[in-house]
Design a protein around this ligand. Structure first.
Ligand SMILES: Nc1ncnc2c1ncn2[C@@H]1O[C@H](COP(=O)(O)OP(=O)(O)OP(=O)(O)O)[C@@H](O)[C@H]1O
Length: 273
């Protein structure tokens, strides 16, 4: 196992949000006894209906939220807050508009007190890794949406996290840009061997990228079913992978299970008229 890889253990995690509006108190039971083991170097996609707790689970993994009960271990150490062993790529890259691509990638290293020459070298290396070696001096408004996401990915990789968390990172991009970045994620995974936990609504994306797809169900948020993806490795030619019979069959199986759950969910909801 490479030094910068880690396994993740999610052990019996539950979470309820309580919101107060005036005298009204509402409770949302977002995660209910969620357990999952992610192996070092594995890519796991989390998918499921809106509101089933995917982002909340990712935020607990990052250390931005605390579970009410249960725990998360990264490489055997319990997560109690944010740490250098994990970083996140968000749907919107959230770059500083006044900083260049290089300055944005350097930011996380600055915050960690990495000396200037070292952070410049690392930031340039990561921008090169995501295919932006030619655009290091451009500000976010001079970059396309896909390029901005690449900067976000380079920034997340700059701290050499053992676990990369990705929350619908390509959800706002057009289909062609998205496909290019999916191939990039697989290439970067081949080069770095990072453990990746990836939230997506896009079942094609989930099957294309992941070793396992974890389907979650809502109310309360829980793991409904886990689908091992049996596609030959390495997945380099994504056009060919998408055309494989197994790809379509696995996508259909997950979609069918998701829609069965969605129908049951709709039937259980009270009529609004
Ligand atoms: N800080 C919060 N306070 C109160 N409720 C919250 C909070 N964060 C999330 N929720 C609620 O928890 C539920 C799960 O939200 P979450 O964003 O984790 O789901 P999701 O599966 O990622 O959804 P989507 O696919 O739409 O992004 C939702 O009902 C949401 O409104």
């Amino acid at each position: 196992m490479a030094a910068n890889q880690a396994g993740v253990s999610i052990e019996d995690v539950s979470k309820t949000f309580v919101t107060r509006t005036g005298k009204q108190v509402d409770e949302v039971h977002v995660l209910d006894h969620v357990s999952l083991r992610v192996e070092p170097g594995e890519i796991v996609a989390l998918t499921g209906l809106s509101g089933c707790g995917k982002t909340t689970l990712l935020r607990i993994l990052l250390g931005l939220e605390r579970a009410d009960s249960g725990r998360v271990l990264v490489n055997g150490s319990e997560v109690t807050g944010c740490g250098a062993d994990r970083s996140m790529v968000f749907q919107n890259a959230q770059l500083f508009p006044w900083r260049s691509a290089l300055g944005n990638v350097e930011f996380g290293l600055e915050a960690r007190g990495v000396p200037k020459s070292e952070r410049r070298r690392t930031a340039l290396e990561k921008l090169e890794l995501v295919g932006l070696g030619h655009a290091t001096d451009r500000r976010p408004d001079q970059l396309s949406g896909g390029m901005q996401q690449r900067v976000g990915l380079a920034r997340a990789l700059s701290v050499d996290p053992a676990v990369l968390l990705m929350d619908e990172p390509f959800g706002a991009l057009d289909a062609q840009t998205r496909e290019g970045l999916q191939a990039e994620v697989l290439r970067i995974h081949r080069e770095t061997g990072k453990t990746i936990i990836f939230v997506t609504h896009d079942l094609d994306e989930a099957v294309l990228l992941a070793h396992r797809v974890v389907l979650m169900a809502p109310n309360p948020g829980r793991i409904d079913r886990i689908f091992p993806i049996e596609l030959p490795a390495p997945r380099t030619d994504l056009v060919t992978v998408r055309g494989r019979k197994e790809f379509g069959a696995q996508r259909h199986e997950i979609w069918h299970r998701l829609m069965t759950g969605a129908s049951a969910q709709a039937a259980a909801e009270p009529a609004t008229t």
